[in-house]
Ligand binder design. Structure first.
Ligand SMILES: O=C(O)CCC(=O)C(=O)O
Ligand SMILES: [Fe+2]
Length: 330
């Protein structure tokens, strides 16, 4: 039967810590990761007031005049910090596809507290620990994003423990690959559309995410997220109040040797009759490991005699290839 929505999983029993509760959540997550690589979570423990405040700060920033937003423009195309104006990125060209640039504006952040040592600030680190660039307005913005980033990193740790359980690995299997993680927080505005998009041009072109997992908070305005089922059809990902959308990134697919899927997804345009009024905002946490973590098929990937489908790769090399492609540098 065709899937018409993605599964909703209550992770509170895992966080509660009973063996049965943990097993049950891990089983549900494993099924979702094998079938579609997308699910909604509830019972995640993140304070709703924090979620609402972060969303509001993001939405208020994008209302500022363009000149003010451009004051914190991305410093260079290699650095994932600062503001990228409308049509500044093309996610589907990262997949080798052609199509117009994405119909969105972006503001990017990275780790909020960074030790000033060689690992974090030396040449190997590139821009991964670059200072963040905050807007002056809204006044709440900096504190909201800083707190939210930290909270999302803690939730991602919970989810990675669930993944380890679902893969029959020791619960701390991923810990040493994540302890200096370079996760990214991105706030996105998909503005009202006053011009008809070019053929194939979307709010967000079809792509897979680069890292381990993504934690998405968004609204329910028209013109939203869709995930491609393994069988090739698109499923609407409708956000329920109080839930997050979780999707797998490429690393889970490499680690599991294709048993789990880093699902292709896209953000479609609103229908023509709503195009002039539909404005969508997302706050997205891309969980990404240490830049020097080597990603290679897990020992117990479930296909003991199969050779790995991917050569081992450092996260730095994986990220750099995909990022450059999304900025038009193939
Ligand atoms: O805004 C959304 O719903 C999804 C955004 C997304 O997939 C991305 O930025 O990678
Ligand atoms: Fe994405």
């Amino acid at each position: 039967m065709r899937m018409t929505s993605v599964p909703v999983i209550d992770i509170a029993p895992f966080l509660g810590g009973t063996p049965e509760g943990k097993r049950d959540v891990a089983d549900q997550v494993r099924r979702a990761c094998e079938e579609i690589g997308f699910f909604l979570i509830k019972g995640h423990g993140v304070d709703q007031q924090m979620i609402d405040a972060t969303y509001q700060s993001a939405a208020d920033f994008f209302q500022l005049p363009l000149e003010e937003k451009l004051k914190i423009r991305q410093p260079s195309t290699e650095i994932a910090r600062g503001y990228t104006p409308f049509k500044g990125e093309n996610l589907s060209s990262g997949m080798g596809a052609a199509g117009g640039a994405d119909l969105k504006e972006i503001l990017d952040f990275g780790p909020m507290t960074v030790p000033q040592d060689d690992y974090h600030k030396g040449g190997e680190a590139g821009g991964f620990f670059h200072d963040n660039i905050f807007p002056e307005r809204p006044e709440t913005f900096r504190a909201d994003m800083t707190a939210y980033y930290k909270r999302m990193n803690a939730l991602a740790d919970d989810l990675m423990r669930i993944f380890a359980n679902a893969l029959d690995l020791p619960e701390d299997f991923f810990t040493d690959k994540l302890d200096r993680n370079i996760s990214a927080l991105r706030v996105i505005c998909y503005p009202e559309q006053h011009e008809t998009p070019e053929p194939g041009q979307l709010r967000g072109g079809a792509h897979t995410d680069y890292g381990t997992l993504t934690i998405l908070m968004s609204d329910r305005s028209a013109g939203g997220l869709q995930a491609r089922h393994r069988d090739g059809y698109w499923v609407d990902v409708t956000i329920e109040p109080g839930t997050y959308v979780i999707n797998l990134g490429d690393l889970m697919q490499i680690w599991t040797n294709d048993r789990w899927v880093s699902t292709l997804h896209r953000v479609v345009n609103p229908p023509a009759e709503l195009a002039e009024t539909s404005r969508r905002h997302s706050v997205v946490f891309f969980h990404q490991p240490n830049y020097d973590a080597v990603i290679t098929a897990l020992p117990n990937r479930g296909q003991e005699d199969a050779t790995p489908n991917y050569a081992p790769v450092t996260y730095k090399d994986h990220w750099t290839g995909k990022w450059n492609a999304s900025r038009g540098k193939m």
